[in-house]
Design a protein around this ligand. Structure first.
Ligand code: GDP
Length: 633
């Protein structure tokens, strides 16, 4: 008796669970939302769904009506007053509905395409759901694409499956098993919901088709029964306001408005509220609280209903002054009579504070831009630990030096441009990684002008891929440039008198390499001291004849691009740089002159950096001797 009373009491006091839909692109998230909305609308207006701001409300009567066959099959009654399903599917609305690392969304639907299994964004979503400790169910969607599927949307999906031909059942089983195995690899146990005995250990899987409607009632059924089983404490209504900003946007005739989801508690007109802004907390007053006019009332002039007071869970539009710079994803607090406004201001800025801590101002790092606080946080968390490479080694973190929220503007490009001006190891960081935000035209223009690439993506790891490719490209380019500057050490001499084939520029000589490697393009000098071939006894040259650059090397009339002592006699052509005076044979140089690479500090460093493993040991020894000869510290 006691227990039933308690149950009854709690039942009266339950609020609507808030439901988000996540999953990889094209799995059918939007279609599923459309389908459940439409079927209910078709069932008649009374007791049908109501469109709220950013969310649709499904009263329990409508759900009961729609899902009776599956309720009877499982002999279950509903406790919740309805469902509040967030209208925009995907990461963004989910990441926005959070407070201090945990989720305000009570239950999520992770949509998986049965024909594809788990995809990269599915895995990204799983990570996010785990991190926010949000319970979820899996909609294994597009079952109508199983070959030969016969739709039975009027039946519970379990029965619809039983009606299928054996081949369809077999294909279903095979694809289902595959998805379950993939989930296991992600550390998740999963089980089709009508066989699930233990909802705390096993994720529920619902086979669905947003096209044929199969499994739709089962999905609604599951969303309406699970919260009472798993989340009864979480969905008990209480008066402590839990409210987050989903979107900030300008509406004609209303000015800037904030779409918010009130999960718990109440909001009233004229209340003083605090939200987070990029430049600091925003304190303002609620001018009006709006929800959309029901469909049939559309002829009425105003598209909105005004409320003096609303109660969670609900999605509403707030009109207020000074909210242009408010951040989507911010918590919203009401400043009551007994509240300390300063404390609430600090509180509301905490999320942004956490984000700013990850940003290393005045250091090397990329500039990141996202649509909301929540998605920015998700992006930063990813960049801190950007997964593993193919061999399972962790990828290095990508440092961040600046952030922006909202569309990429010229201002963002200018701030990122500062990276270009700094003299650092390399320029890879001077770029913008923009997650799920548009780039304004003038931003695009000035980015092109100053040479800042903007990478945009709707999937976080695509940004990582773009950046990784950028790093690789720049490295390759640098190496290519370095190749020209990294000079190999060589000492060579003319074979004999007869081997001075052309005594004027371009000089053509037959030579023997004494030590080292002669490479095409090498600048050579003639030192005014003897070559001893030993670092200890070698003296430094006091004069160097800048002889020119080796422009071709030939062995037996065939062009080659490098020569060593083992090559024997080779013919080379040396060209002088333009505007240099010519060196006269017999006066400035003779067939007995010694030629060496014109090394310098920079060329040696580049050689070490890029060709450490390619240069033979003997040649490194030669570098030491040449340093002595050329007087390089
Ligand atoms: P979203 O990117 O996850 O929102 O995916 P959409 O809802 O836009 O669907 C992507 C594509 O898959 C569209 O062409 C849909 O018509 C199709 N689609 C969605 N659900 C189903 C389904 O259950 N069965 C089939 N055959 N196609 C579907």
């Amino acid at each position: 008796q006691m227990e039933t009373n308690l149950q009854k009491k709690s039942k009266d006091n339950l609020r609507c669970p808030v439901v988000c839909v996540l999953g990889h692109v094209d799995t059918g998230k939007t279609k599923i939302l459309d389908k459940i909305r439409r079927t209910n609308v078709q069932d008649g207006e009374a007791g049908g769904i109501t469109q709220q701001i950013g969310a649709s409300f499904f009263p329990i009567d409508a759900i009961t009506e729609k899902t009776r066959p599956v309720m009877e099959l499982h002999k279950v009654e509903y406790n919740v007053p309805g469902l509040l399903i967030i209208d925009t599917p995907g990461h963004e609305s989910f990441t926005n509905l959070r407070t201090r690392g945990s989720s305000l969304c009570d239950l999520a639907v992770l949509v998986v395409d049965i024909m594809h299994g788990l995809e990269p964004q599915t895995i990204e979503s799983i990570g996010l759901l785990k991190k926010r400790r949000a319970p979820f169910v899996i909609a294994l969607n597009k079952i109508d694409r199983l070959y030969g599927w016969e739709p039975h949307p009027e039946l519970p999906v379990q029965q619809a499956l039983e009606m299928q031909a054996d081949s369809v059942k077999a294909e279903f089983q095979q694809r289902y098993d595959f998805a379950v195995r993939q989930l296991q690899e992600q550390g998740l146990n999963a089980c089709v919901f009508y066989e699930n005995q233990d909802v705390r250990t096993f994720l529920n899987v619902v086979p669905t088709s947003a096209i044929s409607g199969d499994g739709m009632m089962d999905l609604l059924f599951l969303l309406s029964t699970l919260p009472a089983k798993m989340l009864i404490d979480k969905i008990m209504y209480h008066e402590n306001l839990e409210c987050t900003v989903l979107e900030v946007k300008a509406i004609e005739g209303l000015g800037t408005t904030m779409d918010v989801i009130v999960v718990n508690g109440k909001l009233k007109e004229k209340q003083k509220i605090v939200v987070c802004g990029l430049e600091g907390p925003i304190v303002t007053q609620i001018r009006s609280l709006l929800t959309p006019q029901p469909m049939k009332e559309m002829r009425v002039k105003t598209p909105y209903i005004h409320h003096q007071e609303i109660k969670g869970a609900i999605g509403v539009k707030i009109c207020a002054n000074g909210i242009e710079r408010a951040l989507a994803g911010s918590n919203l607090y009401v400043v009551g009579e007994d509240d300390d406004e300063e404390e609430l201001k600090d509180e509301v800025m905490k999320d942004l504070g956490g984000i700013l801590k990850k940003v290393k101002k005045n250091e090397d790092g990329v500039y990141v831009q996202a649509s909301t606080l929540g998605s920015l946080e998700a992006l930063l968390e990813f960049l801190e630990r950007p997964g593993e490479d193919r061999d399972g080694n962790p990828n290095p973190p990508i440092p961040v030096s600046g952030i922006g929220i909202g569309p990429v503007s010229k201002y963002d490009v200018m701030r990122c441009g500062v990276m270009l001006e700094r003299e650092r190891e390399w320029e890879a960081y001077a770029c913008i990684l923009a997650f799920d935000v548009p780039v304004l035209p003038d931003a695009e223009r000035s980015a092109k002008e100053i040479g800042i690439p903007i990478y945009t993506a709707e999937i976080i790891y695509h940004l990582f891929d773009a950046f990784t490719k950028r790093v690789a490209d720049i490295k390759a380019k640098k190496k290519e440039e370095a190749k020209k500057k990294a000079l190999y050490p060589v000492v060579f001499k003319i074979v004999d008198e007869r081997c001075v084939f052309n005594k004027k520029d371009p000089y053509i000589l037959g030579i023997d390499v004494v030590e080292g490697t002669l490479k095409l393009g090498l600048p050579v000098v003639i030192p005014n001291v003897k070559w001893t071939g030993d670092a200890k006894t070698q003296t430094a040259a006091t004069e160097l004849l800048e002889f020119g650059q080796v422009m071709s090397i030939e062995k037996d009339k065939k062009a080659i691009d490098s020569a060593t002592r083992a090559s024997g006699n080779v013919a080379i052509r040396i060209e002088q740089r333009k505007n240099m005076k010519e060196y006269t044979f017999g006066r400035h140089w003779t067939h007995e002159s010694l030629f060496v690479s014109r090394l310098n500090r920079e060329s040696i460093d580049l050689l070490k950096e890029h060709f450490r493993d390619e240069v033979p040991k003997e040649d490194w020894k030669l570098v030491v001797k040449l340093k002595k000869l050329l007087n390089i510290p």
